[in-house]
Design a protein. Structure first.
Length: 416
């Protein structure tokens, strides 16, 4: 039995709202072992929604709709589905009573337009919405097709899914197998280079291994299908160990790990501390580090030395080096790292100086040129990167911060 996700809303097509519902449902279906091969986004148009239904009914048995359940005229999901199957809408007094009670709890009176939300196809069951005004439906309009509708509000949809949909699917025999995944995360290696290294694993059938890249990070997703979660994880484990052996230091973590959290895990056991000096990233590196709960145990602070005078006064950068080599140079990156380490009295000092663009680049020093400095363990190093100018300013800044953390990560692992 195959599921299909259909998200309704013109705002999704215009890009005004991020479609997080499809991602949530896709992950949930995978965890339940229910395969799904198609996702569709359609605007608030009954004719186009019927066209989508025509296709979906012919290829999938579980249709999950989100959006279009509100009280406004453009909320047409339920009435369009009912019309497609030629079934009348029936007003449910219990839904009206529920909506009135929710409005009363907020000191408001239900609008007449909300009565529309009490209309569901004849023969359909109510998929209750405990927090919002828009209920959904669970309906089998024809043999071998089950339809569930959810509101577009993610918090409401997710609660309805967990409380009602999941038990319904489990008890209804939909969940015969479980799909588990393990995602290995890599930094400092291109997707193509990693794919070449693990090429022999990419044709496996169970588990499967798939590479993909996102914002400079490369991932390998290992997925296995089995009768239970324990059995699926047993299939994944030997493949994961082989991939880790091939990848070496390029793999920094898995699943929910991030570069900042990985660096924190390496610093915590030794009691070592870190400070940062930033120029082009403007505090982005510090924000990443403080985004990890408990980072105050090892991250003491930073200096945003955007202006050269701050580099001189607070970090001790030699003005002659600034004049001769420029702020974006090996010499300045090293002095920034050493300066912040000394100023804040930490074990490690990490610095970033570069040209994030879109202006400011030259032939000798183009946009995307970044130097990272690392001071600690008796030495001061610097590393040059050319991230290019094809991406945005934020892209270069984010890449710089992550690469700086990766440099520190590799250094900490090397000395273990």
């Amino acid at each position: 039995m195959v599921a299909e996700i259909i998200c309704v809303g013109t705002e999704l097509l215009l890009g005004d709202i991020l479609n997080s519902n499809s991602q949530f449902l896709a992950k949930e279906l995978a965890s339940l072992g229910i395969p799904h091969y198609y996702q569709t986004v359609v605007g608030d148009n009954p004719d186009r929604l019927k066209q989508v239904l025509e296709i979906a009914v012919g290829r999938s048995q579980l249709l999950l709709f989100t959006g279009g359940l509100g009280p406004t005229p453009d909320d047409l999901t339920v009435e369009t589905i009912a019309d497609y199957f030629g079934v009348p809408l029936i007003e449910k007094p219990e839904i009206i009573a529920d909506i009135e009670q929710k409005f009363a709890q907020r000191g408001r009176t239900m609008s007449p337009s909300n009565r529309k939300q009490a209309l569901i196809p004849e023969g359909a069951d109510i998929l209750a919405n405990r927090t919002g005004s828009a209920p959904g439906i669970i309906w089998q309009p024809v043999p071998n097709v089950t339809i569930m509708t959810f509101p577009g509000v993610p918090a409401e949809m997710q609660l309805m899914w967990a409380e009602i949909a999941v038990p319904y699917l489990k008890n209804g025999g939909w969940c015969t197998e479980t799909i588990c995944s393990r995602t290995l995360k890599f930094w400092g290696i291109a997707e193509s280079a990693l794919a070449e290294k693990v090429d022999s694993f990419l044709n496996l059938t169970n588990p499967t291994v798939a590479p993909y890249a996102n914002h400079g990070e490369v991932k390998l997703r290992i997925s296995a299908c089995a009768k239970s979660e324990v059995a699926a994880k047993k299939l994944i484990e030997p493949i994961e160990q082989q991939l880790l052996q091939i990848a070496g230091l390029d793999c920094y973590g898995a699943d929910t790990d991030t570069l900042p959290s990985t660096v924190g895990k390496l610093l915590l056991p030794t009691g070592e501390t870190l400070s940062v000096a930033e120029s082009c990233t403007g505090g982005g590196l510090g924000a990443m580090l403080t985004g990890v709960a408990g980072s105050s145990s090892y991250f003491l602070g930073g200096i945003i030395s955007y202006d050269d005078r701050v580099k001189e006064r607070l970090l001790g950068v030699n003005p002659r080096d600034l004049a001769e080599f420029g702020a974006v140079s090996h010499q300045v990156a090293k002095q920034m790292a050493a300066g912040v380490r000394a100023s804040l009295n930490t074990n490690w000092g990490l610095s970033i100086t570069g040209i994030a663009g879109p202006g400011g680049g030259t032939d000798a020093k183009p946009v995307g040129l970044v130097y990272i400095g690392l001071a600690g363990d008796g030495e001061v190093e610097s590393f040059e990167y050319r991230f290019g100018d094809a991406r945005s300013r934020d892209w270069i800044r984010n890449l710089s911060s992550c690469t700086a953390l990766d440099r520190l990560r590799r250094k900490l692992l090397a000395k273990m």
